[in-house]
Design a protein around this ligand. Structure first.
Ligand code: GLU
Length: 479
């Protein structure tokens, strides 16, 4: 059922060079759920962990979303009613809310040194206390007023959440159903660090609340963070959003999708010649099934038929071979002029090549049925732009045949694929050579390659003079 007003968000951390394909998947589902419900899709940059911050990463993340057409309604570069959308610009807010929690007794100052905390952990480990937890020394040691005054005097402190003991913290995950945690196993989380920066838990809850996010849709790995965040919502007296934890994508061997087994950066897919629409379509199939069992559908159709309840939480397999197949289907569904444009843009953007438009237009019908990715175009068609410098077949034993071919083709005035074809078939017959072998020699002589688009058509496009010159070169080629 459609919700009245849905606000979703992704909250990437600029800790890497590029967006991970798993994050694009999360972004897609957030985008689709917002669009389906006439809601808003928001991007917030979570850059409070300064030790993991990578310069320039934020701009690349936003560019990745744009490249895939996942337009957001509010975000760091476009603003919105609930900005700023970059956490490092909201530090005062987090501090205010952390102090509010201290004031109401839901959190407390902790002045313990790193050294004491390390010793404590070591001790607990020895005593086999699992998981090790902060011992609330500062909570016992200082009254609220004493602690506040020490803090105001500038004594380095963190703010910790006072996790209630022996409680079951439960929430409903919209895909997985009821999930519960034992609060006794949760450490008193640091909410505000001594440098004034919030930790993830505080910042995410404050921002999701202030930005009116009512669907938190994120990856499975955040499930264990949810009880801590729920405690924060409760401490503030704020309404909980709905929680949706998406399945983690897996390699075909079922291991977690990782750099070692699969390319994971979303920019890699574009550079490799995948179409953004095809990648999104494939990601949509991760855990979700179209009600009519369709595998190929547009983003618009996805928005129409999508339902969170249809997502299967069992780790879906991300298979590059299947994605290639799907990409090929998208290529075939394009009109020739559309494909021509895509090819020109692709080689321009990623390889800085300015391909001749007319030549691309002529060659597109020859390869449209064969290519799976835009990068396959060059594999088949490079020879239209570049004369062969090497040959995939030794042409030495075929010198005489090449000489005959040149002789015969020189007489042809109507240089069309059909005429070239029938002339060559006749010549093969006359020479007593099986056509397959004959055409392989001709193919390699003209293109250098054993695998090419249909040869007669290719020769028509190259033109008579160019073909004859190439045959001469092949004839002269030694080795
Ligand atoms: N900053 C977290 C990330 O890097 C966001 C997690 C969340 O969605 O709550 O993915």
């Amino acid at each position: 059922m459609a919700e009245p007003y849905v606000r979703t968000r992704i909250a990437p951390s600029p800790t890497g060079e590029e967006m991970h394909i798993g994050n694009l998947y999360t972004a897609l589902i957030n985008f689709v759920w917002a669009r389906k419900n006439q809601g808003k899709f928001i991007v917030r940059i979570e850059d409070t962990d300064r030790t993991r911050y990578v310069q320039g990463s934020e701009q690349r993340l936003l560019q990745n979303l744009k490249d895939y057409g996942l337009d957001y309604d509010e975000g760091p570069d476009i603003g919105g009613d609930y900005g700023p959308y970059t956490q490092s610009e909201r530090l005062d807010l987090y501090k205010k809310y952390a102090l509010q929690l201290v004031e109401q007794g839901s959190a407390y100052f902790c002045f313990c040194s790193q050294q004491r905390l390390a010793e404590l952990r070591q001790q607990q480990r020895k005593q086999k206390i699992i998981p090790p937890k902060y011992d609330r020394y500062c909570l016992r040691q200082y009254s609220k007023e004493q602690a506040l005054s020490l803090y105001q005097q500038g004594k380095p402190a963190v703010v910790r959440l006072k996790i209630p003991q022996n409680q079951s913290i439960e929430f409903i995950d919209e895909i997985r159903g009821k999930i519960s945690f034992d609060s006794s196993l949760i450490d008193d989380q640091v909410l505000l660090k001594s440098d004034g920066f919030p930790t993830y838990h505080l910042a995410v809850v404050v921002d999701d609340h202030l930005m009116k996010i009512n669907y938190v849709i994120r990856a499975e790995e955040w499930i264990s963070s949810t009880p801590k965040q729920i405690l924060l919502y409760k401490a503030f007296g704020w309404q909980l959003p709905k929680f949706v934890h998406l399945p983690v994508l897996r390699n075909p061997d079922r291991s977690k999708l990782s750099k070692r087994k699969n390319p994971v950066w979303v920019s890699w897919y574009l550079k490799e010649g995948f179409l953004p629409e095809a990648v999104l379509n494939y990601l949509a199939l991760m855990g979700f099934s179209h009600p009519e069992g369709k595998e190929i559908f547009s983003l618009q159709e996805l928005i129409k038929v999508f339902d969170i309840a249809r997502i299967n939480p069992v780790g879906p397999v991300f298979d590059l071979v299947k994605l290639e197949w799907l990409n090929g289907e998208y290529i075939r569904a394009m009109t020739d002029p559309e494909l021509k444009e895509k090819i020109i843009q692709y080689y321009n953007r990623f390889f800085n090549k300015q391909l001749d438009k007319d030549l691309v237009a002529k060659t597109v019908p020859l390869i449209k049925e064969r290519i799976k990715k835009l990068s396959d175009y060059w594999f088949y068609c490079r020879f239209f732009w570049e004369r062969p410098i090497s040959y995939q077949l030794n042409l030495q034993p075929h010198q005489e045949l090449l000489a005959r071919i040149i002789e015969v083709l020189s007489t042809l005035s109507n240089w069309t694929a059909d005429e070239i074809g029938s002339l060559m078939v006749n010549l093969a017959k006359k020479q007593g050579i099986v056509t397959g072998k004959f055409f392989m020699v001709l193919r390699v002589a003209i293109t250098g390659q054993k695998i090419t688009p249909p040869l007669n058509e290719s020769m028509e496009i190259l033109g008579k003079q160019e073909c004859l010159e190439r045959l001469q070169l092949a004839l002269k080629h030694k080795g």
